[in-house]
Ligand binder design. Structure first.
Ligand code: SAM
Length: 430
């Protein structure tokens, strides 16, 4: 979501005539887009913000914009006091305060109006112009905010309540991305399956997938993140029916024990989660599953943690995003529950999950050896082409010709837990 938001700001800035630089000391404008979902992310953002102070002191004309979940949607007077050298504060997903600041600062009224008119159409989720011909995949937010309120999660407090974007706006953004050469679009939402449910008359996610599927030139569609309560048969059917919708489902579980899940306010049981996974695997066949697990949630005993281990052994996901619980300000768990699992114990549990997932991923990926899979190539890393299978596996290939944006049949010759190596099959491809 933050990558998409950052591109949105970059596109707006480039429309004002700014060009990107990788060197902070050459920049006229620096936007720090922040995540605070875990304490470690917030510490990183604070560290970066503090390090920018000396730049601002050296160059008072530098415009410093703090954006995203650190600012949130409920006011920022405290932040303004703590970081007086920041010029502009903006809520998640909103480039307007920065653009207004820059326009007010530099432009005549006539120029201001002219640019305002352009920006009204340019606030869409487009790629920055300098990304032309270089980006094969793009993220497209379809639901902002979240109204679920898991007991540990700060996102509803910082991104606000769930709001689905109008379908015509999404289709228009998707068309614009495809016109710029994007081949794969990933639709985003905190609970993406809930798309449309908050707005009377809006289509559901499966209907939206069907509409986007019709866009000429789009090759692949993905969506994330799903929630077990909202991953319905209709959505699974849409993935099964629509060849451009990739068989990869991100379905966070968070814990393997029903009492922990209840304390997390997730809204389902382990049994229900496993049944949903079974249904997905049965209907979609060659599908990959990713999940999230939090270790060391308040009160999580050794036995309860072991149930998370057992769950992963049962579900055998292709990927687990594992996080050590950290209390986040304002959340129910931070206010009412005691963070009683010591940091060393959280780390021990974290490593156990990591190691188990590495073993499961290795075993799953070994099944790809010798298989021919269609890989969409997204770019190069150290002279090798980098792409993804429909199941979202990362594949590297040595190849002389330009593969950017192409889907090529690729034979897998080596498979590790996190990536694979392949060769292009000469007789086929596109
Ligand atoms: N919306 C999705 C959901 O809740 O199913 C996932 C979005 S969240 C941005 C990404 C992940 O961060 C969560 O799935 C959870 O595993 C992790 N997370 C959120 N709050 C956390 C906290 N307080 N401590 C540790 N991990 C946390």
């Amino acid at each position: 979501m933050n990558v998409a938001d950052s591109y949105r700001v970059a596109a707006a800035l480039e429309n004002l005539g700014y060009t990107p630089t990788n060197l902070p000391n050459q920049a006229d404008v620096i936007v720090l887009n922040t995540c605070v979902v875990r304490e470690s992310a917030e510490q990183k953002a604070i560290g970066r913000l503090t390090s920018l102070k000396s730049l601002k002191l050296k160059n008072p004309d530098l415009v410093l914009n703090l954006m995203g979940c650190m600012v949130g949607v409920h006011g920022y007077s405290e932040l303004r006091q703590r970081y007086p050298y920041v010029d502009v504060f903006s809520q998640p997903s909103d480039p307007r305060p920065l653009i207004d600041h820059l326009q007010g600062k530099d432009l005549t009224t006539a120029k201001h109006q002219e640019i305002s008119d352009i920006l009204d159409t340019e606030f869409a989720y487009k790629l920055p112009p300098t990304k032309e011909n270089a980006v094969v995949t793009a993220f497209l937010p379809i639901v902002f905010g979240c109204s679920h309120a898991c007991s540990y999660c700060i996102i509803p407090l910082r991104r606000g309540k769930e709001i689905s974007r109008p379908p015509d706006e999404i289709i228009s953004d998707a068309n614009a991305l495809v016109a710029r050469g994007v081949k794969e679009i990933t639709l985003l939402g905190q609970i993406v399956d809930r798309y449309g449910q908050d707005q009377p008359g809006y289509p559901t996610l499966s209907t939206l997938l069907r509409k986007i599927h019709q866009i000429k030139g789009i090759q692949r569609i993905r969506f994330l993140t799903s929630h077990p309560n909202w991953m319905t048969d209709i959505i699974i059917d849409a993935v099964a029916d629509l060849p451009k919708v990739m068989p990869h489902i991100e379905l966070p579980n968070q814990a393997g024990d029903d009492i922990v899940l209840r304390n997390m306010r997730r809204g389902y049981t382990i049994d229900q989660y496993i049944k949903t996974i079974e249904k997905i695997k049965k209907r979609l066949g060659d599908v990959s599953i990713a999940t999230d697990i939090i270790v060391g949630f308040p009160g999580e005993s050794e036995a309860q943690f072991n149930r998370s281990v057992d769950l992963l052994k049962t579900v055998r996901p292709d990927m687990t995003h594992v996080a050590r619980y950290s209390p986040r300000p304002g959340t129910y768990s931070a206010r009412k529950l005691i963070d009683d699992v010591p940091p060393e114990e959280k780390m021990r549990r974290f490593r156990i999950i990591e190691k188990l997932q590495e073993q499961i991923s290795t075993e799953i990926n070994h099944n790809y050896l010798g298989r021919k899979v269609p890989v969409l190539f997204e770019g190069k890393s150290k002279d090798r082409w980098r792409g993804r299978t429909p199941t979202n596996k990362l594949v590297f290939v040595d190849h002389k010709e330009n593969l950017l944006g192409k889907i090529m049949d690729t034979k897998i010759t080596w498979a590790g837990p996190w990536s694979m190596i392949g060769v292009i099959e000469p007789a086929s491809g596109q």
